[in-house]
Design a protein around this ligand. Sequence first.
Ligand SMILES: *[C@@H]1O[C@H](CO)[C@@H](O)[C@H](O)[C@H]1NC(C)=O
Ligand SMILES: *[C@@H]1O[C@H](CO)[C@@H](O)[C@H](O)[C@H]1NC(C)=O
Ligand SMILES: *[C@@H]1O[C@H](CO)[C@@H](O)[C@H](O)[C@H]1NC(C)=O
Ligand SMILES: *[C@@H]1O[C@H](CO)[C@@H](O)[C@H](O)[C@H]1NC(C)=O
Ligand SMILES: *[C@@H]1O[C@H](CO)[C@@H](O)[C@H](O)[C@H]1NC(C)=O
Ligand SMILES: *[C@@H]1O[C@H](CO)[C@@H](O)[C@H](O)[C@H]1NC(C)=O
Ligand SMILES: *[C@@H]1O[C@H](CO)[C@@H](O)[C@H](O)[C@H]1NC(C)=O
Ligand SMILES: *[C@@H]1O[C@H](CO)[C@@H](O)[C@H](O)[C@H]1NC(C)=O
Ligand SMILES: *[C@@H]1O[C@H](CO)[C@@H](O)[C@H](O)[C@H]1NC(C)=O
Ligand SMILES: *[C@@H]1O[C@H](CO)[C@@H](O)[C@H](O)[C@H]1NC(C)=O
Ligand SMILES: *[C@@H]1O[C@H](CO)[C@@H](O)[C@H](O)[C@H]1NC(C)=O
Ligand SMILES: *[C@@H]1O[C@H](CO)[C@@H](O)[C@H](O)[C@H]1NC(C)=O
Length: 411
Amino acid sequence: MVCFRLSPVPGTGLVLLCLVLGAVSSYALEFNVTDSEKAVCLFAKWQMNFTIRYETTNKTYKTVTISDFSTASYNGSVCGDDQNNPKIVVQFGSGFSWTVNFTKEESTYSIDSISFSYNTSDKATFPDAKDKGILTVRDAVGFRIPLNDMFRCNSLSTLENSGVVQYYWDVHVQAFVQNGTVSTKEYLCEKDKTSTTVVPITSTAAPSPTTAPTPKEKPEVGSYSVNNSNGTCLLATMGLQLNFTHNKVVSIININPNTTDFTGSCQPRSALLSLNSSNVKYLDFVFAVKNENRFYLKEVNVSVYLVNGSVFSIANNNLSYWDAPLGSSYMCNKEQTISVSGAFQINTFDLRVQPFNVMEGKYSTAQECSLDDDTILIPIIVGAGLSGLIIVIVIAYLIGRRKSYAGYQTL
Ligand SMILES: *[C@@H]1O[C@H](CO)[C@@H](O)[C@H](O)[C@H]1NC(C)=O
Ligand SMILES: *[C@@H]1O[C@H](CO)[C@@H](O)[C@H](O)[C@H]1NC(C)=O
Ligand SMILES: *[C@@H]1O[C@H](CO)[C@@H](O)[C@H](O)[C@H]1NC(C)=O
Ligand SMILES: *[C@@H]1O[C@H](CO)[C@@H](O)[C@H](O)[C@H]1NC(C)=O
Ligand SMILES: *[C@@H]1O[C@H](CO)[C@@H](O)[C@H](O)[C@H]1NC(C)=O
Ligand SMILES: *[C@@H]1O[C@H](CO)[C@@H](O)[C@H](O)[C@H]1NC(C)=O
Ligand SMILES: *[C@@H]1O[C@H](CO)[C@@H](O)[C@H](O)[C@H]1NC(C)=O
Ligand SMILES: *[C@@H]1O[C@H](CO)[C@@H](O)[C@H](O)[C@H]1NC(C)=O
Ligand SMILES: *[C@@H]1O[C@H](CO)[C@@H](O)[C@H](O)[C@H]1NC(C)=O
Ligand SMILES: *[C@@H]1O[C@H](CO)[C@@H](O)[C@H](O)[C@H]1NC(C)=O
Ligand SMILES: *[C@@H]1O[C@H](CO)[C@@H](O)[C@H](O)[C@H]1NC(C)=O
Ligand SMILES: *[C@@H]1O[C@H](CO)[C@@H](O)[C@H](O)[C@H]1NC(C)=O
């Protein structure tokens, strides 16, 4: 028998806030499996969400986020017996299936692997998917936990495989529960151990100088282009600096054009520029046309490798930057910040882009960003000041002349 509940995350304030903002509030999944004697043999409570990057029919990539588990069912979850291992099976949404299985050793048990399946035939979730069908990603976990301990990991864990990023946090799980009693003894993941030991130190000690983000030099400016059968169709020249916060650590990455590969595609109404390097898995800029006569940066998808080998991915397809008329280019020499999410921003330097209507491989006339406008404004102010001064001098001169005329007449 399987019992479960969807419980709102503790902290009503947060839940309320999410409701007010109209966002999908995040829910903890919680359930237990009982054996034939109605004794609990498997317990789990956790939060998760997924992002899936897939290829569309027009050779661009889209990313969808799966975070609604309100329809979750747990058919197929079993305690396990002599022949079969315990597993948690969750079905949700339109054809998603998530499975984790466990094995038992002498004095430990292991989380063996996690499989996640999705159905790209579902047009509502995966519009314009190129490949249609059930796709499955499987990650071997091999995590060992002492028997009769509850595994806990409040910190964020990330699994990344074939364009699917799985995020887990607030995880509590115990397989092979003995005597029907879920253990109160917790076995913590590495990240939770470090965060519980680090937090008291930082809260009692004065802020250490190492917490201040090390100022990085300006990134080198790179030139990127995309060709189609008619020649160059997209041009971009820019210095790029990535700034992201992961587990409260701020990382700054300067894109070195010498060691960065780029590719892309051009469509009548959308264009893609995709960069990658040894520490950036992908950095995609997607441009779109709006109101038939302007282009803008609509979407950024980015995935960076972290020190521990995992990846940190963010996508936002609702941006509105670099807006300029079709047939022109967009230019911004000043440092500009593209806020992809609260945790990820891109600082751009000496930027010029033209994602549409490139003629003969050259930029068309540029529309400058408002940040650059003050460089125009300054001469205007100085000019206005100067002409004011000239007027004053002329008036003073005229008055002086009248005075001297007057003086002449009295003579
Ligand atoms: C198992 O699930 C049921 C139903 O949600 C709940 O009443 C019970 O407390 C759970 N047992 C444990 C040990 O969490
Ligand atoms: C998915 O989880 C990550 C990590 O907790 C979080 O930053 C992100 O906002 C979540 N996305 C959604 C749509 O809930
Ligand atoms: C799960 O099982 C219940 C009852 O056995 C059934 O009504 C339901 O349709 C099943 N759900 C799925 C997704 O298979
Ligand atoms: C766990 O499931 C995967 C398939 O999802 C399977 O290949 C693997 O053998 C299973 N492991 C155990 C111990 O049952
Ligand atoms: C995948 O989705 C399509 C369209 O919704 C549906 O026809 C098909 O039966 C699904 N496949 C499976 C194996 O559920
Ligand atoms: C389970 O019950 C048996 C017998 O009642 C006892 O010997 C054993 O110590 C119990 N195990 C745990 C983990 O409580
Ligand atoms: C190439 O240029 C021709 C003529 O301007 C146009 O009809 C055609 O659609 C272009 N092809 C592509 C791939 O842009
Ligand atoms: C694009 O085409 C131009 C000539 O039209 C060529 O000089 C350039 O190397 C090509 N760029 C790429 C990335 O293939
Ligand atoms: C990086 O982002 C953090 C948080 O948004 C911000 O405080 C910091 O000033 C940024 N640093 C740079 C160099 O952009
Ligand atoms: C990139 O290459 C150019 C010329 O080969 C060199 O001057 C420059 O220092 C290199 N930049 C970096 C960051 O390695
Ligand atoms: C792909 O093509 C479809 C129609 O063919 C269009 O609706 C969609 O906007 C295009 N998407 C991109 C990203 O170009
Ligand atoms: C960029 O990605 C391509 C294809 O995945 C790969 O072959 C290439 O080595 C990558 N470039 C760098 C600089 O890592």
